[in-house]
Design a protein around this ligand. Structure first.
Ligand code: FAD
Length: 662
């Protein structure tokens, strides 16, 4: 007999959850009594989180019967039968170069296709559909919020009726959460009017039930201590390894790339030979991090769960359309350490939800104020990069919060997300070993006594320290369960999967390439240069390869300095490294300045069909490179700047100009 409390997530890929499940959303809503579905297209979990929040709010404030739906799990050819008295919401993130997120690809292609074919021949096809839409984007990318814009356009064209504005959140400006909050209230008001909904006082209604399993201990074999799925629990993890099923990969080698105190950049070699994982040069590897011990302790502490950290619980969805985001039975410790994004920025809306459970009246008043006053929230919380446990502690003056239902955290915090890294090796050179080049996040925040530290990169730093002889590594005072659940990561292992990308060398190696990769943006460029070295060694005719690299100082953070010299020995004149050290002279010099200095040559290379690649900082560098290229083309070809910009745009469209930016 299976565990009656176990969630269906226990199977890898959630396969159990999907078995026999309908892909017909209209049917699904009918059978589960829902009148509002919130679809999400999510890559890093934020869109999914917003979808859940809309579902909760719709239910608690307006009495809607809501459900959240992964776009990937439904078909859309029967959207034309969507009942008039129900509403569909679309929360859609735009990924990379204006692409849909992985789970939204099929939906996007269908709905924006020439003539989506629906089950009936209504005219217009979606005349019955009422919808609302919110997009998550980043204005530093050329195709800002193109998902929500294009889907909205397509739905309008098909005759659907939007309620409220099609909202747009901007991660580039750092205002995503505020944009979402500012969008949703007028949307709710408009929807309430349209559907005749009455607003009521929102009370917290759990979506997940927590059941203590007194008959089990953390040593019971069926208890998940952080294992991502059943195969991992049973010690038989096998492929396919993917975003639901990581490979626990040995780290073959790790080292530091910087020569400066308190700034770290890691080079790791991840061995995938024991798996059927493959990669191509230019792909991304995802690292599944573990939260730092101190943060896990602080979270348990503020919730007064220290004594119960190893108590075994099952988490059960209280309604049929909700999904428990991790396998159970498990422990509080495992949930907090392996499954929840406890260090992330705090959602202002979530604080409003938690106010009802504050330990005293002052804390409650403060939480309500933080939840409703954007500027106050900024001044007290987000300015300092406080996470949830720190926020609760600051608000209550250190008093514990034992009354908050734990389910609120499962619902209100994001799932702990894998972090992506641009693979810095060539698959031609080392098909079974993936290199990572990662700068460790460690920032001083004015007004905060301790530094802010990134989750995944400090975890990787601890692994590197352990591998290099430190038995109890504590990077910047942090400790990690490096051995993983049941010591399954013993011997320096890290859970990973590979994500294929479109950032690819031209298939013809004789084409010239211009690589622009300052800082860790050099990662995929290293892979590209390695690949060309290998091709040259095999007697292929390799085109000119020019790499623009920038960092602060030659002596501090000049990554792979000696490697470039080795590559030069093989490639000779075919390879050139152009450096920009921003903190060496009186004036700051960046890669885009170097590009300008070489305007004539860059233009000639582009006219000879050179491919150009940009990797790294999306907010400033990639934008400026884009502008500078337009200017170079304008000047060298004697055309207007507008024409120069247009040529750059066309190069992008033709894949001659590729970006891998974050
Ligand atoms: P996190 O803990 O995720 O923090 C990251 C940032 O989030 C912080 O700097 C801060 O701005 C914000 N943040 C987090 N918590 C809070 C809080 N409580 N309050 C306010 N702000 C907060 N990085 C590389 O070094 N090398 C690469 O090759 C590379 N390639 C990438 C490729 C892709 C496609 C993408 C999407 C990203 C890539 N990155 C790369 C970035 C990488 O994925 C991680 O984002 C980075 O390493 C930081 O991860 P972390 O877990 O250490 O930091």
């Amino acid at each position: 007999m299976g565990d009656p409390y176990a969630s269906s997530f226990a199977n890898a890929n959630g396969a159990g959850a999907k078995a026999g499940k309908t892909r017909n959303i209209v049917e699904k809503m009918e059978e589960s009594g829902k009148n509002c579905v919130i679809f999400y297209g999510s890559q890093t979990g934020t869109a999914e989180d917003y979808a859940s929040r809309l579902a909760k709010e719709g239910k608690s404030r307006y009495g809607l019967e809501t459900m959240v739906a992964d776009l990937e799990e439904y078909d859309f050819d029967n959207l034309d039968t969507f009942p008039e008295d129900k509403v569909a919401m679309f929360v859609l993130a735009t990924y990379g170069e204006g692409e849909p997120t992985d789970n939204a690809v099929d939906f996007y292609e269908f709905i924006t296709g020439e003539e989506p074919s629906f089950s009936n021949s209504n005219d217009p096809p979606l005349g019955n559909l009422t919808y609302v839409a919110f997009g998550l984007g980043n204005n530093t990318y050329e195709h800002y919020n193109s998902m929500v814009r294009n889907v909205n356009k397509a739905l309008e064209k098909l005759g659907a009726h939007r309620v409220g504005e099609a909202g747009e959140g901007d991660d580039g400006a750092g205002t995503m959460e505020e944009d979402f909050l500012a969008w949703k209230d007028p949307m709710w008001a408009a929807l309430a009017e349209k559907m005749g909904l009455e607003e009521r006082e929102a009370v917290y209604e759990p979506i997940f039930g927590i059941v203590e399993r007194d008959n089990l201990t953390k040593d019971s074999s069926e208890v998940y201590l952080g294992e991502p799925n059943k195969m991992h629990l049973e010690g038989s993890a096998k492929g396919p390894f993917n975003a639901h099923n990581p490979y626990i990969a040995p780290i073959a080698e790790s080292k530091e790339l910087f020569n400066v105190k308190d700034r770290n950049c890691l080079h790791l070699e991840v061995d995938i030979s024991g798996s059927n994982l493959t990669y191509q040069t230019g792909d991304h590897i995802a690292v599944w991090p573990t939260n730092p011990g101190q943060e896990v302790d602080d979270m348990l502490d503020i919730l007064d769960l220290q004594d119960k950290r190893d108590a075994v619980i099952s988490v059960k969805a209280l309604e049929p359309t909700a999904k428990v985001p991790f396998p159970t039975p498990t422990t509080f410790d495992a949930i907090i350490r392996y499954h929840l994004e406890i260090c992330a920025p705090v959602s202002r809306q979530f604080l409003g939800t938690l106010a009802a459970f504050a330990p005293d009246e002052d804390a409650k008043t403060e939480m309500i104020k933080l939840g409703s006053d954007k500027d106050y929230f900024h001044d007290k919380i987000s300015k300092y990069h406080y996470n949830i446990s720190r926020t609760l502690s600051v608000v209550s003056g250190g008093k514990k919060w034992p009354s908050v239902p734990f389910s609120a955290f499962i619902e209100g915090l994001n799932k702990l997300q894998p972090r992506y890294y641009s693979i810095s090796s060539s698959s031609l050179v080392q098909p079974k070993k993936i290199s990572i080049t990662a700068v460790v996040e460690n920032q001083l925040i004015p007004g905060r006594s301790d530094a802010f530290k990134g989750v995944a990169t400090n975890y990787l730093l601890a692994l590197k320290q352990k591998q290099n002889g430190d038995a109890n590594p504590e990077p910047f005072g942090l400790t990690y369960e490096l051995m993983g659940p049941r010591n399954k990561y013993d011997g320096i292992h890290v859970p990973v999967h590979v994500r294929h990308s479109n950032f690819k060398l031209p298939s013809d190696p004789s084409k010239p390439i211009i690589l622009i990769g300052p800082g860790t943006g050099v990662a995929p460029m290293r892979g590209f240069v390695q690949e060309r070295v290998k091709q040259a060694e095999s007697g292929e005719n390799v085109g000119k390869t020019i790499l623009f690299f920038g960092c602060r100082k030659r002596t501090e953070d000049f990554m792979y300095e000696s490697e470039w010299e080795e590559y030069k020995k093989v490639l000779g004149d075919k390879f050139e490294l152009v450096t920009a050290f921003s903190r060496e002279g009186a004036k700051k010099v960046y890669v885009q300045h170097r590009l300008k200095e070489r305007a004539k040559e860059i233009n000639e290379l582009l006219q000879n069909k050179a491919y150009i690649y940009v990797c790294g900082d999306a907010a400033n560098m990639a934008r400026e490179v884009n502008t500078v290229l337009g200017q170079i083309i304008a000047k060298e070809r004697g055309v207007s700047e507008t024409k120069g910009e247009e040529i750059v745009k066309n190069m992008r469209a033709a894949n001659q100009y590729q970006e891998d930016v974050w």
